[in-house]
Design a protein around this ligand. Structure first.
Ligand SMILES: Cc1cc2nc3c(=O)[nH]c(=O)nc-3n(C[C@H](O)[C@H](O)[C@H](O)COP(=O)(O)O)c2cc1C
Length: 331
């Protein structure tokens, strides 16, 4: 991928960034790079691939995030991902949950740079698309200075195309995954220093970035910014990405227009048996702080979950939103 493609991305988030969410985000930014939820190598190799990996062509550019630590299985899963048409394969070296720890992947791999390097090398051999790593600045009692350098050097030597760094440690004992996204302190300077020390490496910063203005400020230190919760919980922020980060027009002037543009996709999904709520659940924060937002949410929650609910429910919910607020008004 070209350098520009990494400027802004939406983070991989389990249960959140599924295919419907990504289509929604794509209607808010043409340029943001979108990540799937993490899929384990076991799921990709042995699971129902179409259900797990299938996505809509309009989601491009879209990256598949894998969880695993067996180079051969990762290579096989990466190959399958490339075959499905993903634009990038990303390896999760940041997730702290017990399930992930027991499987010896995710954040605990921060302690095993050579194994991560072997994984990256195997995936690079298997596919022609970029292979990237998403990591933390360290785990537990690691010193983030040598720990992050060691991981970065090892994976870059194996051909890793970009490093996404969640700018806080993961504490593997005693904190839940949710606490591990909030409690270990953020250290953006550590990520800036990585970029400074390895200027040829594409470094993307992640963690606690509240919106597009904050994202732009990071871009004077690193090559790209990844937003997670701010993008999902307040998706209207994404309408500012194309104009403010890429200097291009947003795909739609307003959230209402973006949702209206999703109707054909929703109709097609309903015809395939998808329930309306599986799609509209991602719209909860669409009208954050706009008059009528609560009525919009309530209508979707009450009517959108009923069997047979169709696009009429979404149209009625949109009609409950007051002014046709442009993105700036929502901000
Ligand atoms: C609900 C949820 C699920 C997540 N799932 C994943 C995941 O599957 N893979 C991953 O690398 N990170 C996952 N994360 C972490 C995010 O990708 C991101 O690193 C983290 O939320 C910090 O960024 P933020 O402060 O912008 O949200 C998840 C975060 C949330 C909130």
């Amino acid at each position: 991928m070209k350098y520009q493609d990494y400027l802004f991305s939406v983070a991989p988030m389990m249960d959140w960034t599924d295919r419907h969410c990504r289509v929604f985000h794509r209607h808010l930014s043409r340029r943001a790079l979108l990540y799937t939820e993490m899929l384990t190598t076991g799921a990709v190799i042995h699971g129902d691939r179409e259900r797990l990996l299938g996505f809509d062509a309009l989601e491009h550019p879209v990256a598949l995030q894998l969880g695993g630590s067996d180079p051969r299985q990762l290579a096989q899963a990466a190959r399958i991902g490339q075959h499905f048409g993903y634009d990038e394969i990303n390896l999760n070296v940041g997730c702290p949950s017990d399930r992930v720890k027991d499987g010896r992947f995710g954040a605990c791999l921060m302690a095993e740079p050579q194994l991560v390097a072997a994984c990256v090398e195997a995936m690079k051999r298997a596919v022609a698309i970029p292979v990237t790593v998403k990591c933390r600045i360290g785990i537990d009692d690691q010193d983030p200075e040598p720990a992050l350098d060691a991981l970065a050097r090892a994976v870059v030597a194996s051909g890793c195309d970009a490093l996404i760094v969640h700018a806080r440690k993961a504490w593997l004992d005693g904190l839940s995954p949710k606490q591990n996204r909030d409690i270990p302190p953020l250290d953006y300077d550590r990520v800036y220093r990585l970029k400074h020390a390895m200027p040829d490496v594409t470094v993307i910063i992640n963690g606690g970035i509240g919106g597009v203005d904050e994202a732009r400020a990071h871009l004077s230190h690193v090559d790209g910014v990844m937003l997670g919760r701010a993008a999902y919980q307040e998706p209207w922020r994404l309408l500012a990405v194309d104009p403010d980060v890429f200097g291009e027009a947003a795909p739609h002037a307003t959230m209402q227009d973006a949702l209206e543009a999703m109707m054909p996709y929703i109709e097609e999904q309903l015809a395939r048996g998808t329930r309306l709520h599986a799609i509209t659940r991602h719209f909860v924060g669409a009208f954050h702080a706009v008059p009528g937002a609560r009525a919009f949410r309530r209508h979707l929650a009450e009517q959108g979950t009923k069997p047979g609910a169709g696009t009429g429910v979404l149209r009625d919910a949109i009609a409950r939103v007051g002014a046709r607020a442009p993105a700036e008004a929502a901000a």
